[in-house]
Design a protein around this ligand. Structure first.
Ligand code: C5P
Length: 396
């Protein structure tokens, strides 16, 4: 972070106070912060408190003749390494998506190609509104990075997604966005974890995937500079910092989240997606009746990997996993062809290997041109190796 220049746009909202904590963290790490306070932001934090923390002038109005003369407002965003919008209101995101420039913040955002990180904060209904969701997709398509929002109790008394990410999480996302590596400027989609398929509102069918390998892969890709969208089922291990996390429960939700995350340069599908869902899942908790057992019937889940591989928005490189307990390589080779992905990472998940839910993995990478068996190693090491191979493939 040392000597990195961050242009921090503070939008309106009760969460604006967290921007002050973020400034302290950034300054502590040696970054230079240039603050811009929108008119709405200034209703919640004062230019005086922001200015005192950064030790620099706070920019507020669009037509500030003195600073125009000094450098011009456009220069403000061009000289930054990263623009961070925190908190970003629904309104500010709508302006960004539409390409409007009617105040200093929106003008700066439009007049630059500096990378942008957005930390949204708004009422849950505003967040879930189709207009906001549409704007997010537009901005993601433009390469804008997102951190949060978190889910939880909100200042307005409602509950749901819309809370500003915590300053630590925004800080981690800033650090990830500043990495210059072979995957800088690339968008990579990673799926991870198991899916939960409901039987009724309290029971579900799941598998033993911990999400450890997918999480390690997302972190390794992040560390090479990629913008990572991490679509995860209910995993045991927490998602990596500095990636955009999309949480889902079921395979159908995972497919929808994956489709919403495209386009991407690369997709790595490490999730252990349930093959079947319960077709006759109960809307209410099933009651135990003495002497009777429920009869569940199953429907096939969508194959996310196959649909991405064969879809119109296919990433340039699609990597699947094949977790098998017998005839691992033969099954994996057949799977690569059947699913239409470029590479398959094959691993033996027989209980004796301790791989499923364990800390280590032993894999064989199967590509169009050959097969490589990698020695058993920590899942992080396997992930770094795979990330390096991915970077190499995009280079060529
Ligand atoms: O068919 P199988 O589940 O063994 O294939 C494993 C690969 O396919 C993994 O990459 C997994 O993420 C993906 N998959 C999927 N959707 C499914 C089942 C598996 O994307 N419904």
């Amino acid at each position: 972070m040392r000597d990195k220049r961050i242009l921090l746009i503070i939008g309106g909202g009760i969460a604006a106070y967290k921007a002050l904590l973020l400034i302290r963290q950034l300054k502590g790490a040696g970054a230079a912060v240039t603050p811009v306070l929108t008119r709405a932001g200034a209703e919640f934090v004062t230019a005086l408190s922001v200015g005192a923390l950064v030790g620099e002038k706070v920019h507020e109005a669009l037509f500030d003749l003195t600073s125009e003369a000094e450098m011009g407002h456009i220069e403000l965003s061009r000289s930054a390494d990263l623009i961070v919008v925190a908190p970003a209101t629904a309104d500010l995101m709508a302006k960004m998506a539409a390409g409007r420039a009617d105040d200093l913040a929106s003008t700066l955002l439009l007049a630059t190609d500096t990378p942008v990180l957005v930390a949204p904060a708004m009422n849950v209904r505003m967040w879930t509104h189709p207009a906001t969701q549409r704007n997010i997709l537009t901005l993601q398509g433009d390469g804008v990075r997102f951190v949060g929002p978190d889910e939880g109790e909100m200042a307005c008394g409602e509950y749901g997604p819309g809370r500003l990410a915590e300053p630590e999480a925004i800080f981690a996302a800033i650090r990830a966005a500043l990495v210059q590596g072979p995957l800088t400027g690339r968008h990579v989609l990673v799926t991870s974890g198991p899916t939960h398929e409901p039987i009724d509102p309290v029971r579900y069918i799941a598998n033993r995937s911990s999400g450890a390998q997918g999480t390690a892969i997302a972190a390794a890709l992040r560390d090479l500079g990629a913008r990572v969208t991490f679509v995860t089922g209910p995993a045991e291990v927490p998602p990596p910092e500095g990636v955009q996390v999309v949480r889902v429960q079921t395979a159908e939700q995972m497919l929808a989240a994956v489709e919403a995350a495209l386009p991407a340069d690369v997709a790595v599908m490490a999730a252990a997606v349930a093959d079947w869902r319960v077709e006759n899942a109960g809307a209410q908790k099933m009651k135990k009746v003495a002497g009777e057992v429920p009869h569940l019937s199953f429907a096939e889940n969508p194959d996310i990997l196959a649909s991405v591989s064969k879809g119109g928005m296919r990433p340039r490189l699609v990597v699947g996993f094949a977790a098998e307990t017998d005839d691992v390589l033969a099954h994996a080779r057949a799977k690569r062809l059947r699913k239409g992905c470029d590479w398959i990472v094959a691993n033996d998940v027989s209980p004796a290997t301790g791989i499923m839910g364990g800390a280590e993995n032993a894999v064989t990478l199967i590509t169009e041109t050959g097969e490589e068996s990698w020695p058993r190693a920590a899942k992080e090491v396997v992930a770094q190796r795979l990330a390096a191979r991915i970077a190499g493939a995009l280079d060529g």
